[in-house]
Design a protein around this ligand. Structure first.
Ligand SMILES: Cc1ncc(COP(=O)(O)O)c(C=O)c1O
Length: 381
């Protein structure tokens, strides 16, 4: 059967723009690319503990067997949600199959026709997709710009009944930077807007016991909902929405990405539960990551690379190198030198904003950090 010509044309255009995506395979290069910030995804101790727990509990179950609303809601779900809610100082927690599912579930269900969603212009694709599914009106505000947000709130809030949802990330996935969260939370409070913060890249990286940026800044009471994902710092899979008990009940009733899908298998939920325990206890990995972030920032300054990088104190460090071809070429050369560094191409980021995305981990050595920056410096200057 002939592949539809319109689709072939789209692929051809991608190739012409040097932007064709292809699935790679894993490699043995030094990891400066994965989201496994604390090395939990590779942790034998964590794997063994989960395995033994499942054996002890006689949990020989491969799949959830149905939606959580039908047969899929294993008892582990409840205990894990309670544990996570307590850890994050939230009234309630609701597990989703992924961060993508959590975001499309939330934004397609919560903001209603006549409501407004104000989102940071660099917000993650999963939030954008959720917003697209919503009947609310959406406007973007300038990246990390609380003044622009306030201006937009004043423009949209025509009377006291206007419902406004504001959404941002505590660590931006393609920049690694952080918005002025206290200012944003205060603005939301001032105008009675509902603040939602995606903490995907903050869990395990910021805050006491890696609880995230919102708790680090003691803003949990000012936030309507937090989205936390487990595929990054926690090294496993799934996500949770933190909020009030009534929000949880609302999502159980209306979030279609929770209702119309098979739940996570119990062993995934057990992994989340035990990974959280490791997170609370494994101070060493969190400190090592912090130290590596500091080393990276010092070294990039020493080597004169700082102006190239987006300002970041997170595990995500991005050097903006405009042009798909150029940035791809540099990433390829770094890979040939043994460093797994990925190029982020347009259209994932806006044209002219193409970048190298270097992810730091607790397990990267100082020598590796110095070497990758040295190699980058030689390729650029
Ligand atoms: C900010 C942000 N939110 C949500 C997601 C989606 O999370 P998941 O990978 O669990 O679907 C990601 C991951 O790419 C992300 O970076």
């Amino acid at each position: 059967m002939k592949f539809p010509p319109k689709l072939t044309d789209k692929l051809t255009r991608r190739t012409e723009h040097n932007a064709l995506r292809q699935l790679g395979t894993s490699n043995n290069l030094v990891d400066f690319a994965s989201n496994d910030y604390l090395g939990f995804a590779q942790s034998k101790a964590l794997f063994t503990e989960v395995h033994n727990y499942l054996l002890d509990q006689n949990l020989f179950q491969n799949g959830a067997t149905g939606s959580r609303l039908l047969t899929g809601n294993h008892a582990l779900y409840t205990s894990t949600e309670n544990q996570i809610a307590a850890f994050h100082d939230s009234e309630a927690a609701l597990l989703f199959n992924s961060g993508y599912d959590a975001n499309i579930g939330f934004f397609s269900a919560v903001p209603q026709k006549g409501d407004f969603i104000l989102y940071d212009e660099l917000i993650h694709a999963s939030i954008r997709d959720g917003v697209q599914l919503s009947n609310a009106t959406a406007y973007k505000f300038k990246h990390n710009d609380d003044e622009d947000l306030e201006r937009l709130i004043l423009k949209t809030k025509t009377d006291s009944n206007t419902i406004i949802y504001v959404v941002t990330e505590s660590v931006f996935s393609m920049d690694g930077d952080t918005p002025p969260l206290t200012e944003i939370a205060n603005i939301c409070q001032k105008y009675a807007a509902y603040l939602i913060v995606d903490e995907a890249h903050a869990l395990g990286v910021f805050g006491n016991q890696g609880k995230g940026m919102i708790q680090m800044q003691a803003l949990q009471q000012q936030v309507f909902a937090r989205i936390i994902t487990f595929g990054k710092g926690l090294g496993c899979h799934g996500a949770v929405i933190l909020g009030s008990t009534i929000l949880k009940s609302y999502l159980v009733n209306f979030a279609r990405s929770l209702i119309y899908t098979t739940g996570l298998p119990p062993h995934s939920v057990a992994t989340i539960q035990i990974a959280y325990r490791h997170l609370a206890q494994n101070n060493e990995a969190r400190q090592q990551l912090r130290q590596n972030i500091n080393t990276f920032n010092q070294q990039k300054q020493l080597m004169g690379l700082k102006p190239l990088f987006v300002r970041s104190k997170s595990a995500i460090q991005c050097a903006v190198i405009p042009g798909n071809e150029k940035v791809k070429n540099i990433a390829n050369q770094l890979q040939q030198k043994g460093f797994n560094v990925k190029a982020i191409l347009s259209p994932t980021v806006p044209e002219g904003q193409e970048r190298l995305r270097i992810c730091l981990h607790s397990f990267n050595s100082e020598a590796e950090i110095v070497a990758v920056l040295n190699a980058l410096s030689h390729l650029l200057f």
